[in-house]
Design a protein around this ligand. Structure first.
Ligand code: GRF
Length: 210
């Protein structure tokens, strides 16, 4: 069993493609001194991402990297890694980043990339996880914070939170219930890392008492 990272104030990079509510929740946890970290940069692959605007409003460096300017995914990720390295990043936080992470990025930040997914993994990987859960008819769903590996939503699980599914749920109502939990467990997971409490054995993650 090995410690993911010794206790320290985390330098975070957030990668987001959309509205950035998880980014906001993390940034609030930092302001409220619940999370020992600083957000050094927010990077988006989408120029119109609301997350970029939210970061600028908070005076956080916000960068758009346009995939179309690169010949291949590997070239795009080489640029991404180069930018991230400029900020001395400890953890890369995917918060609604709608791209698969390729080998260039993964190798540069091994066990240093986390993601949040709106289902109880390994159920309902990929897109529209809330709709998948409703269609399947499960009675509980939730969200999962995990380390990112080469698979889609397959990496070692750090934390999960469970929500019930009710008869009258719609995709919207379930999404909102899950999102509320996302906004709690993402910063909590990061704080366990910042406190040096996260240990890994094979694909199992243990959160140990301080
Ligand atoms: C969240 O539902 C998250 O689980 C998924 O993408 C969504 C991002 O939402 N990976 P936001 O941009 O953080 O508001």
């Amino acid at each position: 069993m090995r410690q993911l990272m010794a206790a320290k104030r985390l330098n975070l990079a957030i990668l987001a493609s959309g509205r950035g509510s998880n980014f906001t929740a993390i940034s609030e946890a930092i302001s409220e001194n619940k999370l020992n970290a600083q957000i050094k940069v927010l990077i988006s692959d989408k120029a119109e991402a609301l997350a970029l605007e939210k970061a600028r409003d908070l005076n956080i460096k916000a960068i758009h990297i346009n995939l179309r300017n690169y010949a291949s995914m590997a070239d795009y990720e080489t640029e991404l890694v180069k930018r991230l390295k400029e900020f001395d990043i400890d953890m890369v936080v995917l918060a609604g980043y709608m791209r698969l992470v390729g080998t260039t990025f993964l190798q540069a930040f091994q066990n240093r990339i986390v993601n949040i997914h709106p289902s109880l993994l390994p159920a309902f990987k990929g897109l529209n996880a809330q709709k998948q859960a409703l269609d399947y008819g499960v009675k509980y769903s939730g969200c999962t914070v995990h380390l990112v590996d080469e698979g889609m939503d397959t990496g070692p699980i750090i934390m999960q939170s469970v929500v019930p599914i009710y008869n009258d749920d719609t995709e919207e109502s379930l999404t909102a219930r899950i999102l509320e939990e996302e906004h709690k467990i993402y910063w909590q997971s990061l704080q366990f890392i910042a406190a040096g409490q996260l240990y890994i054995r094979d694909r199992q993650v243990f959160i140990l008492e301080k």
